[in-house]
Design a protein around this ligand. Structure first.
Ligand SMILES: Nc1nc(=O)c2c([nH]1)NC[C@@H]1CN(c3ccc(C(=O)N[C@@H](CCC(=O)O)C(=O)O)cc3)CN21
Ligand SMILES: CC(C)C(=O)C(=O)O
Ligand SMILES: [Mg+2]
Length: 272
């Protein structure tokens, strides 16, 4: 090891739980392909989520419902080939786990076997308890996802903040405790009041990763294209843009176009 390049210490489901215990916040981002995952991993992001938001961001669908298990596996395979350190979690897509626990396990096994990912995520609490149990019993780590669950958008009708009423907040708290008790290694809380999210994070020992859930949780997740400022029509309050790649890329494409039209590109040095 003395002359070899320093090896990265891989992030594991266990190290995430340790990070929570030690008060170190967890940074998570999505990625859907090899090139992006290489950059995200190299930047020291702890967890890469191959989100079903690929349905929106990569394929242009209006919701996350259309993306298939085969498509999720294709995205995840590229991501896994890129990573040296990050933990890779893959969303089980709509329709791949709701019918029955056996189908859920089969879907999770396909993701693990065919992509090489490290864990799966699925939306819901008590309703999907048996499926989560089945997957965990097979030795596959599970991340929960409560609050705004986009696969149920047609049940709720809007993407507004969730669990503002006592009854829904009570259910969410119980679901989070249940996920911890069952053996999930973490849970995503999406678009819920910050006070509720903080209360949940303080009531369980597994990390709570927030998106639109305030600063009292154990980590944050954003969609990478949103953070980079590539999606200009998506403007929720929780989004902080760290770049304006939409403008940067437009400038680059316009410059290239101009150089082609003006015969500036390619130059003598750029040909054989
Ligand atoms: N690009 C992208 N980023 C995401 O964060 C994301 C996706 N896609 N697709 C899947 C889910 C859907 N998510 C969403 C969708 C909408 C809002 C949202 O706040 N929408 C409106 C407000 C709607 C309302 O209040 O009724 C907004 O302000 O943009 C938040 C998260 C998060 N996920
Ligand atoms: C927004 C995150 C949590 C997600 O589930 C996704 O990107 O699909
Ligand atoms: Mg998702």
């Amino acid at each position: 090891m003395s002359t070899a390049k320093k090896a990265y210490k891989r992030v594991t489901t266990k190290s995430l739980v340790d990070m929570k215990a030690q008060g170190e916040k967890i940074a998570m981002l999505t990625a859907y392909d090899y090139t992006m995952a290489q950059i995200v991993d190299g930047a020291g992001i702890d967890v890469i989520l191959v989100g079903d938001s690929a349905s929106n961001v990569m394929a242009g669908h209006e919701t996350t419902l259309p993306i298939t298990l085969d498509q999720m596996i294709y995205h995840a395979s590229g991501v896994v080939r890129a990573i040296k350190r990050s933990l890779v979690v893959v969303d089980l897509p709509f329709g791949s786990y709701q019918s029955d626990p056996k189908e859920a396990l089969r879907s999770a096994i396909r993701i693990m076997k065919e992509s090489g990912a490290h864990a799966v995520k699925l939306e819901g609490g008590k309703e999907v308890k048996d499926s989560i149990k089945r997957i965990l019993h097979a030795g596959i780590p599970v991340m929960g996802h409560l609050g705004l669950t986009p696969q149920s958008i047609y049940k709720f009708g809007t993407y507004t903040v969730r669990a503002k009423e006592d009854e829904e907040a009570e259910k969410l708290k119980n679901d989070a405790k249940m996920l911890e008790k069952m053996g999930c290694f973490a849970v995503v809380l999406e678009k819920v009041p910050a006070s509720l999210a903080k209360e949940v994070a303080e009531s369980i020992n597994i990390p709570v990763i927030g998106i639109g859930a305030g600063n009292g949780v154990d980590g944050q997740v954003l969609v990478v294209h949103d953070l980079l400022g590539m999606t200009h029509e998506f403007n929720p309050r929780f989004l902080r843009r760290y770049a304006d790649l939409h403008s940067e890329m437009t400038k680059a494409f316009e410059n290239y176009r101009d150089d082609v039209k003006s015969r500036d590109f390619p130059s003598d040095q750029e040909q054989y």
